[in-house]
Design a protein around this ligand. Structure first.
Ligand SMILES: *[C@@H]1O[C@H](CO)[C@@H](O)[C@H](O)[C@H]1NC(C)=O
Ligand SMILES: *[C@@H]1O[C@H](CO)[C@@H](O)[C@H](O)[C@H]1NC(C)=O
Ligand SMILES: *[C@@H]1O[C@H](CO)[C@@H](O)[C@H](O)[C@H]1NC(C)=O
Ligand SMILES: *[C@@H]1O[C@H](CO)[C@@H](O)[C@H](O)[C@H]1NC(C)=O
Ligand SMILES: *[C@@H]1O[C@H](CO)[C@@H](O)[C@H](O)[C@H]1NC(C)=O
Length: 391
């Protein structure tokens, strides 16, 4: 007997240490669900309450919104005040801050994301997703669509002749395939790159910087107005992943040259149908460059892409994006209604897979980069041979 206890000794200490460690880690990571019990305030029972539980990219969202029955089919409130947890009818968690798990699973959890699964891997984790009952996301085909792409402004662009510059780009997450595509495009046509990827132009501040009271977006827009085209290569090809970069180009009146999946079409209703050039429609970067050069010389053909700026977007009735751009009720009101009607995924959400973008998807091979590396290696080698002579 004593011997058995001795034998346990080497196990006992590490187990104790693990317990002590866990005890000190932020309680949010390890919710004590079974011990969570509290009473709803009696005067709150007729108002549906959503508690935004997590931070958003580490920042407190500071949300406090309320609707009466006159503005929303059910009285509804959303708050980020954790002290209201006992009254919550649902908890919202931002996917990128998913370590902040709500204190109880007795009411539905709602997952919120505008990022795609490649950069938010929990979305492809079946166990994680199954704990959530509703999704607010960039997807137009799922629960509550909430993409960062908004209704573009139909404001008149600069005229053809006033756009003195050709193609601009300003992305700074140098995802290898889009960066390689741009590199190959640059071999055939001038592309002014203001972002961190293959930068060849200065004059735009960093993403969160500002100059003379203008922020990144305002400065980028001022630049884009003067360009006939803007490269809008999304950071991955995930279905329905369309973000505000597309707004920036459309608003500026610079024709977007877009790298995305074909679900893009659902974001471009009415007269927007013919407002973008899709990289997908061209076999090679050279073919694309030929078309852009052709348009840059033919005002009539070029302006066809901007006709929506003068005619407006027109009829979006019955499209998937209608409820995003012209919602009947605010987003959280819609969620309150769903909660009040028990319209949730009882068995939890399915994972949202997305395959990382590949060179083959865009008809390019990274060979030019390999040869570039080889050239540099050769150059260094030659320099090292020359060094003794030079010194
Ligand atoms: C609801 O009850 C809480 C305490 O449970 C109280 O602090 C609050 O003032 C009440 N609100 C209203 C609108 O009566
Ligand atoms: C809701 O109704 C109450 C009284 O019924 C009123 O005091 C309050 O201002 C209303 N709130 C909103 C957001 O309309
Ligand atoms: C900043 O604004 C002032 C006045 O508005 C102007 O004189 C100055 O040239 C501007 N500086 C830059 C770098 O644009
Ligand atoms: C532009 O394209 C149209 C066809 O849409 C053609 O009729 C016209 O001649 C072209 N103009 C120029 C300047 O190439
Ligand atoms: C808009 O389009 C929908 C469906 O395509 C159609 O039913 C509706 O009549 C149209 N409305 C207008 C004002 O053209």
């Amino acid at each position: 007997m004593l011997k058995n206890i001795r034998a346990l000794k080497p196990v006992f200490l590490p187990v104790c240490m693990v317990f002590i460690l866990f005890y000190h880690i932020d309680k949010n990571y390890f919710p004590q669900r079974d011990h969570f019990s509290c009473k709803k305030s009696p005067n709150q029972t007729d108002r549906w309450l959503i508690v935004f539980w997590s931070t958003i990219f580490g920042k407190q969202p500071g949300i406090e919104l309320k609707w009466n029955k006159s503005d929303c089919p059910v009285a509804c409130q959303v708050t980020s005040d954790h002290s209201r947890a006992c009254d919550a009818d649902g908890f919202v968690v931002h996917a990128r801050d998913s370590h902040m798990i709500p204190p109880t699973e007795s009411v539905p959890w709602i997952l919120y994301t505008q990022e795609n699964p490649i950069y938010t891997s929990v979305m492809n984790d079946a166990k994680f997703m199954s704990r959530f009952k509703l999704l607010v996301s960039y997807r137009l085909d799922y629960d509550f669509p909430w993409p960062s792409f908004h209704m573009p402004n139909a404001t008149p662009p600069l005229r053809f002749k006033e756009k003195t510059k050709l193609i601009m780009a300003a992305f700074s997450n140098c995802e290898p395939v889009r960066t390689e595509y741009m590199r190959q495009l640059m071999k055939f046509v001038q592309v002014d790159s203001y972002g961190d990827c293959l930068r060849n132009k200065h004059g735009l501040v960093e993403r969160y910087g500002s100059r003379n009271g203008s922020n990144f977006l305002e400065l980028k827009t001022e630049l884009a107005k003067q360009y006939k085209f803007t490269l809008v290569f999304f950071n991955q090809d995930c279905d329905y992943f369309v973000d505000a970069q597309l707004n920036h180009a459309l608003n500026a009146g610079s024709i977007p040259v877009v790298m995305s999946t074909d679900k893009l079409d659902e974001f471009l209703p009415g007269n927007l149908r013919h407002s973008v050039i899709k990289v997908r429609d061209f076999r090679t970067p050279k073919d694309l460059s030929d078309y852009l050069k052709y348009l840059s010389r033919n005002e009539t053909e070029y302006n066809k892409y901007l006709s929506w700026k003068l005619e407006g977007i027109e009829n979006i009735t019955g499209t998937a994006i209608e409820n995003v751009w012209k919602p009947k009720y605010p987003l959280y009101c819609q969620i309150c209604v769903a909660l009040s009607q028990g319209r949730i995924h009882e068995k939890g959400l399915e994972p949202i897979p997305c395959k990382a973008r590949a060179y083959e998807d865009w008809g390019i091979t990274p060979s030019s980069r390999t040869t570039l590396v080889m050239k540099n290696v050769m150059l260094l080698y030659l320099l090292s041979l020359l060094t003794p002579i030079l010194i």
